[in-house]
Each structure stands twice: as structure tokens, then as C-alpha cells.
Unconditional design. Structure first.
Length: 243
């Protein structure tokens, strides 16, 4: 994961890097940090690079005429959609963040919990854009992971029920769990793996069940006793990260 930090005070740069490194170690993420200290350095960087995963941008640059918000507008005019997180001692300009589609603000000193939530959202969004290649009925098909509502495994046949329809191919539950990202999906039954972001409601009394949203349709699936406790824990963690 490539992270760009644009901050003119070395102390805050190092503090931010330390917090980001703690997150990366906890999430087992390979990290590359690019440290820039002036508006011009940042503009030069984005004129030549488009592969940054997130930009941490200071709002104020001391004696510089241009501030972080103006810099962000310049970057957006370049056509760059990199997620931007503003870092500031004052949050009075937070409302302006929507103008540049910023993820949000981090106040100094850095709150690790809030920082971790921002970075987790970026990782989850990237994983949901993952493309999965499937050989079905003699054809190679590509689907976005974010389109999958749930997977069903019956008699060594995997069926992905997606927002675009259903796709079946030969395989096992182990193959499903290996292919789909565990941060986005959870097993609820020996035959079912579901997408966390497609959950509408959960029935938490026996017999357990879950309602999923597929386009305008509600799909009800059973949750087995064996998986209910882990399912509720994973779902609660996912809700906490989102909100």
C-alpha cells in the first residue's frame, strides 16, 4: 500500500508515520510511505504518479500562500481521485472537505482509532473492487467481488448469486473461502457464504436466519447454530468499522 504524506513539520510527519505503521503491522499490510514537505513537491509528485492509495494532507503550510484545501482542489483538477484525509490542528474547515470528496479530517495529535477506521475503509473499498475470474460452462467470466450477494455450495457445485444474475461452476466451499476476502464475507452455514454489506437484518433467536438485499429483492437464508456466534461477532465488527 502506497501512502503519501504532505506535512511541513517533521514532528507531525513522524507521528503520523508511526501511527500508520502500527496499523500496517496489525493488518499485515506491506507499506510504502512517501514524505513530502511542500505544496510544490506534492503537485510535482502527482503530475508524475497516479498509484497512491491515500494522501494525508496538512491544511496549513506555514509561510506558503497555498493551503491544503487549495492543493486538494488542484489535485482533483488533474483528474486524480486518490482518497484524501486532511490533517489539522483546527477542524473549522471540515465542512469544506466535501468540495474535494475528502474522506475526512484527523486532528492533531493523531487519534489512532480514527486513523485505523479511515485506513480500514480504504482497504475494504479496494478489496470490493477486486475482479474474480471464473471458468463457467467453458467460458472465462470476470465478476466484481462487490457484486456478489452470496455463494452457495451444493454437491461440489459453487453458485455465486450476484446483482447481475447467478454463475455456477465446479468447486468446493474451501475454494470459495480462499477466493473471497474474509473482511468482506462470512460463512453462516456449511452451504452458504454471504457478503457483509448485503445484510438487511438478522434473526438472532433459534432458528437463526439472515435477510440479504439483492437489487430490490430480499433473500432469506438459514444460519446454523455452529456459525451464529462468529457471524454476529464479525457483523458487529463490520458495523463498528463502517460507523
Amino acid at each position: 500500500m502506497k501512502i503519501v504524506i504532505c506535512e511541513d513539520e517533521q514532528y507531525w510527519t513522524e507521528a503520523l508515520k508511526m501511527s500508520i505503521s502500527k496499523w500496517a503491522v496489525k493488518r499485515k499490510i506491506n507499506l510504502q510511505c512517501i514524505n513530502l514537505s511542500s505544496p510544490q513537491e506534492l503537485l510535482n509528485y502527482f503530475e508524475n504518479h497516479i498509484d497512491a492509495d491515500v494522501l494525508f494532507l496538512d491544511i496549513s503550510f506555514g509561510e506558503e500562500v497555498i493551503d491544503g484545501m487549495s492543493l486538494a482542489k488542484r489535485i482533483r483538477k488533474m483528474g486524480n481521485s486518490v482518497p484524501i484525509i486532511f490533517v489539522t490542528v483546527n477542524s473549522f474547515r471540515a465542512a469544506d472537505g466535501y468540495l474535494v470528496e475528502a474522506m475526512g479530517f484527523l486532528a492533531k495529535p493523531i487519534d489512532d482509532k480514527r486513523l485505523f477506521l479511515f485506513l480500514d475503509r480504504i482497504i475494504k473499498k479496494d478489496r470490493n473492487q477486486k475482479v474474480i475470474s471464473i471458468m463457467s460452462e467453458g467460458r472465462m467470466m470476470n465478476i466484481y467481488q462487490s457484486d456478489i450477494v452470496y455463494a452457495e455450495v451444493m454437491d461440489h457445485t459453487i453458485t455465486y448469486y450476484t446483482t447481475q444474475g447467478k454463475i455456477s461452476f465446479r468447486g468446493t466451499l474451501g475454494k470459495v473461502l480462499e477466493t473471497l476476502d474474509e473482511e468482506c464475507f462470512v460463512q453462516i452455514h456449511r452451504a452458504y457464504v454471504i457478503a457483509l454489506d448485503k445484510i438487511e437484518s438478522i434473526k438472532t433467536t433459534n432458528p437463526y436466519a439472515v435477510d440479504l438485499v439483492k437489487n430490490n429483492e430480499i433473500i432469506n437464508l438459514p444460519v446454523s447454530r455452529k456459525y451464529i456466534n462468529n457471524f454476529l461477532k464479525v457483523y458487529s465488527d463490520d458495523i463498528w468499522e463502517r460507523y
